[in-house]
Design a protein around this ligand. Structure first.
Ligand code: ATP
Length: 232
């Protein structure tokens, strides 16, 4: 479904990704691992089109995305949940979900209900302004928002960041439910143990390059992966 080929991304003169290639198959969950600053967020931003590649290409269903803007990529079925949550603070939880949805009427109501089914804690807070949510609830709302247009592929950037272990478990259970619904997931995550448990395959980035990739079960026991994740 997604193929990233020999991608180079720079911030000004500074290279952030060098020759990165990876792929995600339909319905599959793929982990993108790496230490702080390895380039995980940069890769997701390039896939959704917020950053322009200096070289290389992103393919969706075999078609090059070229310079397509993020909203066009979203229309093709790519959902993106950036790091750091950030709901609209003055809108209620329900409104935050509604404004993220292109569909209207009964279809929109149905999709809001789907988000509540995935995160029951949000249903209890439906009429509450988003600024009153805990960090964990904001994380759930962010994931719920990114699902409102029924993506086929969801790009998730560090959903566990700053959450308590209980909430991390909840978010990962939701990721499994999202997958079970047939959505492919590309998950950037610093918590390698959890991500490798949740995913089929994984890529490890180290200072902007692919250090290793393979089945998650194999990488979970690899010393080289451990070294890359520690930045050593
Ligand atoms: P983190 O977990 O901290 O988000 P990451 O693996 O997602 O790490 P990126 O955020 O993609 O890494 O950063 C990759 C590299 O690009 C780092 O060296 C970072 O300092 C640099 N970088 C990221 N964003 C910018 C920016 N807006 N301007 C300049 N350099 C940047």
């Amino acid at each position: 479904m997604l193929r990233v080929e020999a991608l180079d991304v720079r911030y000004g003169e500074v290279p952030a990704l060098r020759g990165v290639s990876l792929d995600v198959r339909a319905g599959e969950a793929v982990a993108l691992l790496g230490a702080n600053g390895a380039g995980k967020s940069t890769l997701l931003r390039a896939v959704i089109g917020l950053l322009r590649a200096h070289a290389g290409e992103v393919f969706l269903d075999g078609r090059p995305l070229g310079r397509l803007r993020p909203e066009r990529r979203a229309r093709l079925g790519v959902g993106y949940c950036p790091q750091g949550r950030r709901p609209f603070p003055g809108l209620t939880v329900r409104e935050n979900l509604q404004v993220a949805c292109w569909a209207g009427g009964a279809e929109r109501t149905r999709r809001v209900e789907e988000a509540f089914a995935l995160f029951p804690a949000l249903r209890d807070k439906a009429a509450v302004p988003a600024w009153q949510l805990s960090g964990g609830q904001q994380g759930m709302l962010a994931i719920g928002r990114s699902l409102m247009n029924r993506p086929r592929l969801l790009l998730l950037d560090e959903p566990s960041l700053g959450l308590s272990p209980r909430l991390v478990d909840e978010v990962f259970a939701a990721i499994q439910a999202i997958r079970a619904g047939g959505v492919a997931v590309l998950l950037a995550e610093q918590n390698a143990r959890l991500a490798l448990e949740a995913c089929d395959r994984a890529w490890v980035l180290r200072t902007g390059e692919v250090a290793q990739h393979g089945p998650a079960r194999e990488l979970a026991t690899s010393d080289a992966v451990r070294a890359a994740l520690l930045g050593g």
